[in-house]
Design a protein around this ligand. Structure first.
Ligand SMILES: [Zn+2]
Ligand SMILES: [Zn+2]
Length: 258
């Protein structure tokens, strides 16, 4: 059995702060990365495989902007596979092109493959670092585009990853998240800013707590945070815990074993 280690490479939403880079999470032993925001630059510090599988939630820049850091990772990576709907893959290819990177190597030190899908939901499996990983995905609404929720089953444990989405009373993501051992969910707003959350396609503390409770997940980790004056992560954590006590606040470089 491999250790199930999840490293939060970047835990900020929208903009980086002194303490937080934008969204990226890695399972080093499997070579899996969820989103490639600013925190993606930390990948080489944790690299355990020669192949990377990058699963994107959507193409807002706080989730993709770090992708061309791949050019700086040297020859330790031999293959990179990108997964997402075609608008995301198109954005990734653009960000790795000449207009966004001053001098991309004439020959990339790694090969790339893209796996694009157009359907609303689906599933596939991968062999990552010698272990089979079952992956399923579903699209949800987010302003200007859809956002992908990813569910991963590895070594008998399941993770559900869902960022940049409202939470609703009868949330369409509930059945998909149901029973996950670990739920990684964004939380941008305190309870008093519920209306703002709905308006911007993001979530608020009590809604996220209710979601975790109804989905009967094992543990909840909050990410996509910001230290801007309108948000207090500690207050958000306190509010979520009133509904779902098994909740943690992610921070950059936090490793979680499960
Ligand atoms: Zn975001
Ligand atoms: Zn977004």
């Amino acid at each position: 059995m491999k250790p199930l280690r999840l490293v939060f490479l970047g835990t900020a939403g929208y903009y980086p702060t002194e303490e937080r880079r934008t969204s990226s999470i890695m399972l080093p032993e499997f070579g899996i990365v969820l989103d490639a925001g600013g925190g993606f630059f930390r990948v080489p510090n944790y690299l355990q495989t020669q192949k990377l599988h990058i699963l994107f939630s959507h193409c807002h820049l706080d989730h993709v902007a770090g992708v061309n850091y791949l050019f700086g990772f040297g020859e330790r990576i031999q293959e990179v596979n990108f997964y997402g709907p075609s608008p995301i893959i198109k954005t990734v290819n653009t960000l790795m092109g000449e207009q966004f990177f001053p001098s991309p190597p004439i020959e990339r030190p790694f090969s790339t493959k893209t796996f694009q899908f157009s359907q609303k939901q689906g599933e596939f499996s991968l062999v990552c670092g010698g272990s089979k990983v079952e992956i399923s995905f579903q699209k949800f609404d987010h302003p200007s585009q859809k956002v992908i929720g990813w569910r991963l089953v590895l070594e008998g444990q399941s993770i559900f990853y869902l960022l940049d989405k409202n939470v609703f009373h009868n949330d369409p993501a509930l059945s998909f998240a149901h029973g996950a051992d670990l739920l990684i969910h964004e939380c941008v707003f305190e309870a008093e800013n519920k209306e703002e959350a709905i308006k911007t396609g993001h979530s608020y503390s009590l809604g996220v707590g209710e979601f975790a409770k109804k989905a009967m997940v094992g543990e909840l980790v909050l990410t996509h945070l910001t230290m801007e004056s309108f948000q207090s992560p500690e207050k958000i954590l306190k509010e979520v815990k009133t509904v779902f006590p098994r909740t943690l606040l992610a921070y950059d470089k936090m490793a979680r074993y499960f």
